[in-house]
Design a protein around this ligand. Sequence first.
Ligand code: TRP
Ligand code: ZN
Length: 888
Amino acid sequence: MTDTNPKAIYLKDYKEPDYWIKKTELGFDLREDATLVSANLSVIRNENSDDSALLVLHGQCLELVSVSLNGKKLTPEEFSIDDESLTIHSLQQENTLQTVTRIVPQDNTSLEGLYRSQTMYCTQCEAEGFRKITYYLDRPDVMSEFTTKITADKGKYPVLLSNGNLIDSGDLDDGRHFTVWHDPFIKPCYLFALVAGELSCVDDQFTTMSGRDISIKIFVEDKDTDKCAHAIESLKNAMKWDEEVYGREYDLDTFMIVAVDDFNMGAMENKGLNIFNTSCVLAKQETTTDAGFQRVEGVVAHEYFHNWSGNRVTCRDWFQLSLKEGFTVFRDQEFSADMGSRTVKRIDDVEMLRTMQFAEDGGPMAHAVQPASFIEISNFYTLTIYEKGAEIVRMVHTLLGGELFRKGSDLYFETHDGCAVTIDDFIAAMTEVSGRDFTQFMRWYRQAATPELKAEGEYDESAETFSLTFSQSCRPTAECSEKLPNLIPVAMGLLGDAGALPIKLQGEPANIETDDNTQIILDITEAKQTFVFENIKEKPVPSLLRGFSAPVKLQYNYSRDDLMQLMSRDDDGFNRWDSSQKLAIQVIQEVMAALVQEPAPSVDERLIEAYRSVLTDESLDAAMVAQMLSLPGEAFLAEISPVIDVESIHHARNRVERKIAQALRQEFLDAYQRLQSSGEFSIAASEIARRSLKNTALHYLMIGGKSDAIELCQQQFVNATNMTDELMAFTAIVHSSKASISEMKEKSIQSFYDKWQHESLVVNSWLAVQASSPIPGTLAKVNELLDHPAFDMNNPNKVRSVISIFAGRNAINFHRLQGDGYKFLADKVIYLNKTNPQIASRLITPLTRWGRYDDTRKGLMKKQLERIRGQENLSKDVFEVVTKSLSN
Ligand code: TRP
Ligand code: ZN
């Protein structure tokens, strides 16, 4: 940094604003050279503030054209202005403030505020982007009624949208036209949105539970109108689900979604006018994988659910971000669970949490779900705020049960409708309906890092008791050095030879809820605590943390035979899967420890046998089988290693995978043939399950590398009629290490591109598959991709597909001991720091994890972080991440 370093702001310093803005009237005059923004604000002094209080409006990258107060133009002595604010010196109780500012959206590459994406104008205001549009109190506790007039060239921008209802429109001279929008619901400015462009509209409608007709409109480029049906279906399902499960009805007459190509995140819940990354809204069979369809469903629902959890009830300040995000993620997870397979959804979510969020919690950027301070709020749109926040809400749901939880959420929405509130207000509603004390529970929000829970079992044959002793601990983090014990709900059961054992706890302490006879939820509250189960006639295998009932690292010394038993017989589907992962981890770690040996270490046959019985049991759900037959990923194996050994994780995992592929070749071949499609394409859960197991089989067949497998893969690649099958075959070909197929590989890469070059989202997958290839030499390939005409450094989806995928999902190539992977990443960060700080700062993540590696890599990674820190004009975003990751 050049002059002064950016400063942190603290939750404890929160103060209400000195002024409120009751009404906001905006005018946008969109022109090719610049845009003029006029703002007419009714500004009222906070009754708790004294009459000398200045009005300090936020503003960034704005050119002030004029400012008037109560109809009188202000002279330069009556206000002051700097790079980040406009201060008005003397105000009355009630004022009207008028400003005119000039902005240049076509030069705005940061993608916050008003900017251009392809041929349209659009906005992104969360968290603090509105201040790049006009001078304002850009904080979520200032809620205002917005009216917006947009004027633009009619030929180039026939569609002009903003929040709420269209109240006026008309043609002007010079081929220009205008629309006026009024949003009757007060909102903070981060929920403001504007769109102008040449867009096609796909229409539908939904009738609410009270019988109101809502018009649904999705705006996309004309070529994409055939990719909207799934988003519309998902939206209607989400609307219905929120009515049934939460009693929440939509409030405006129209719900609009606009798809844009250039977007920093997935999507944004602007009131009545959601703006989506094209990747999270467009979907059709030919271009979209099953995972892509599910992502669209989840994100459409997420943004829709924000209408209540976020918009009608919003956040008082950005330290409360998880109030809306954690709750809304929990809501969208449960929605997706209800739409598809609940267990499979839970497995997907937990896998992501344990791989990525736990890594965040274990690194220098660890922060509490309600952080105590931050430098740049954009850096706090993290897995911790979203996913761990959702786990905390899930635990509230577990502790209260569905009925009380619903009462609590009803009370929360009713009490705080139209208000900006805190996480404590949410928990207070849950406390009020249940009478439960959440004091200890609040530590989940305020203590960073993942709690570790160790469990030890002891069977006493003569007393016929089984006792379980839990001890919990949590590593110290920057903001909290001594962690207090958490309240950890552990759902569990005991498995005997003939199945689940009935459970009777000694003493039946009051904090134990008995679901039925075979599953209970233990509330662990102490640092160390023992539970004794009575009437246990045989040594049981405990099935712990069912459904992943708390976001902790659980350790229990299972034998491999215990795990095989849980895998095949546990009543909890999640734990059956989790046991398969634990078994595979033990086997892979054994191979890792022996990798240097000659002859090559053997792979425990029990894993093969366990896989064989899962694979050949046709009574099992195919999606579960696919999940159970997938080895834990390299990133997860790294996460659980004390020191990450990139090579041995990669090679040991590959060895085990190859062994499975060889031993079960015939079974995979049979499964592959049996799971061929018979009929029409559908995204029903059963069909997604079928494709996922079929492609798991194909994956193993290709690892086996026999020529008949290659032939099958080639056939699937050429004949596929959906993107799941096509991309899985393509990936298997591109990632294959077999020298004999190198020609086929080059041809496939070319033909895939030729076929899909006009479908930008498919091109993203084409880039990502190449960037994630474990084959040596991928960095050179990645550099070529950056020069490819399909690549665009200003498009975050392209940056993610190549650079983030390479650095985050290709450990063996990124972490090369030459350090060239690290230098490559730092170069890109330094470039993007100037054009798009939000994306630059997210890109740094893999380097921040330097503390987990060997000394050589540590040194190389820190060197690149230091190089970034030494740059002139570091954005707040990048500054915060590099400084924290070098000092924590
Ligand atoms: N509120 C959005 C969501 O989670 C997040 C978001 C979208 C965002 N775009 C952003 C956050 C840009 C920061 C910057 O649904
Ligand atoms: Zn959200």
